[in-house]
Design a protein around this ligand. Structure first.
Ligand SMILES: CCCCCCCC(=O)SCCNC(=O)CCNC(=O)[C@H](O)C(C)(C)COP(=O)(O)OP(=O)(O)OC[C@H]1O[C@@H](n2cnc3c(N)ncnc32)[C@H](O)[C@@H]1OP(=O)(O)O
Length: 181
């Protein structure tokens, strides 16, 4: 069991559907299983969140993981605007989805987002670097409960976004059977 050493924001966005039930353990971080990172799944270059081949994608850059917490940086691009000069909320939610997904996959199993809840705490300007981190709060059968946050300008900068999510473990076929190409 690991307990992420995270300086958590006071009130999270979690509803009952993204809160682990009592007794749900936080597993040891397994590290991404090489069998999961086969180019089709984790690390996919076409991924809108992290892929280098996605022209207007977020291109999240992972900066490390330790003690069950995964960290990344995201620089807000002009293509990510909602209001002029400010990041679109849906784009920020995407960044959090990606982060929570990474934290889930570090458990060594394949997960997809079932539910994502997001709080937007302050606007994030184009050109700003968002320092992101995410961690697991517990696993209950196929369900993993993740949490994360993004801070502007520095890892201890002002919080701009936070999220809680319920991820569901799926078999490999999930990613192949309904693919269009
Ligand atoms: C490295 C990779 C990074 C990836 C980062 C990006 C992650 C993503 O964005 S993934 C893409 C977005 N997500 C998707 O496309 C998922 C689409 N949905 C699905 O495929 C299915 O609905 C799926 C797999 C989530 C669940 O379906 P299924 O496998 O039939 O499981 P199901 O029996 O319905 O649910 C399993 C459990 O999860 C719970 N659950 C499922 N969905 C939700 C939900 N939205 N809210 C709360 N609980 C839920 C169920 O209640 C059930 O709980 P219990 O076991 O206690 O009864």
């Amino acid at each position: 069991m690991t307990t992420p050493s995270v300086d958590r924001l006071p009130a999270g966005p979690a509803s009952s559907r993204t809160t682990p039930p009592p007794g749900a353990a936080v597993p040891e971080e397994a590290g991404p299983d090489p069998r999961l990172t086969d180019g089709v799944l984790a690390g996919y270059a076409g991924c809108f969140g992290c892929g280098e081949e996605s022209p207007h994608g977020l291109r999240l850059r992972r900066t490390g993981h330790a003690d069950g917490v995964v960290r990344a940086e995201y620089v807000v691009q002009r293509a990510h605007q909602g209001a002029p000069g400010l990041a679109h909320g849906g784009v920020l939610a995407t960044a959090m989805d990606e982060m929570l997904g990474w934290a889930a996959w570090l458990l060594g199993r394949r997960y997809v987002t079932g539910r994502l809840e997001t709080d937007f705490l302050r606007p994030v300007p184009v050109g700003a670097t968002l320092h992101l981190r995410a961690w697991c709060r517990g696993v209950d059968g196929r369900k993993a409960y993740l949490e994360g946050e993004g801070r502007v300008g520095a890892p201890d900068g002002p919080p701009a976004v936070r999220a809680a999510g319920l991820f569901v473990e799926v078999p490999r076929e999930h990613f192949t059977k309904e693919r269009m190409n």
